[in-house]
Design a protein around this ligand. Sequence first.
Ligand code: ATP
Length: 272
Amino acid sequence: MGALRDVTGEPMTQMGETVVAASGVDLTFETNDGPVHALKGVDLEIGKGEFVSFIGPSGCGKTTFLRCIAALETPTGGTLTVNGMSPDEARRARAYGYVFQAAGLYPWRTIGGNIRLPLEIMGYDKAAQAERVARVLELVDLAGFEKKYPWQLSGGMQQRASIARALAFDADILLMDEPFGALDEIVRDHLNEQLLALWARTGKTIGFVTHSIPEAVYLSTKIVVMSPRPGRITDVIESPLPKERPLDIRDSKEFIEVAHRVREGLRAGHEA
Ligand SMILES: Nc1ncnc2c1ncn2[C@@H]1O[C@H](COP(=O)(O)OP(=O)(O)OP(=O)(O)O)[C@@H](O)[C@H]1O
């Protein structure tokens, strides 16, 4: 049976459907110092609407795996599909938005101008651009900041603007590579709360890279623990926490138990 199509002819995803399917994914970089096994035998399924965090020490391949999903790297072995297509086809079908570690806003463009950029490149007309910019600024709580320049915003606000840019073309999948790593803890808590609210409101599928155990446990429906040399998955934890998560859930027994299991997984990976 072929993929379901929506009215525009694009393949459609259904509730509960698998969005990302990885089976035995390997990626070896050939370098001057010899091969680097960035990913080895990675098996993972991500369902529609899941919030999946990748956690592990530096160099375990978290970014590389996210980049494979986004068709920014090509696995050297195994199979990887996104919405039932190759990652490259999914990219052309605008399946995802990508948020990088640094906000990466152009300083000579206003916040609105930065968010509009991908829409201009994709040929949206002026009215559609304006409507989308207003909608995503509202989503990240930055309504009224459209005409400001990046330097006029705090680091946290810049990162929100960068999330708005990734949301602008309404991709179903949001890939986020340590977006809040450089921010202080209070700002980070606030952004984590806002990101969860945004996820609940939009039903997007999110892949999120982090070094922080509390952040991974607070945000995720599924936590993927990875270990380096070669980069592989050592544990996949389905979170027992409810979807509704006030910040003080971090003091609950369930939260502490999941955090403990993540820590054990990281430790085991170190010793292997
Ligand atoms: N383009 C590349 N060429 C060669 N080696 C690479 C390349 N990209 C990544 N690597 C190597 O692959 C391994 C995995 O890197 P990756 O950036 O995915 O790790 P990570 O878990 O995201 O690390 P961090 O937490 O520090 O961001 C590392 O050993 C890295 O040096």
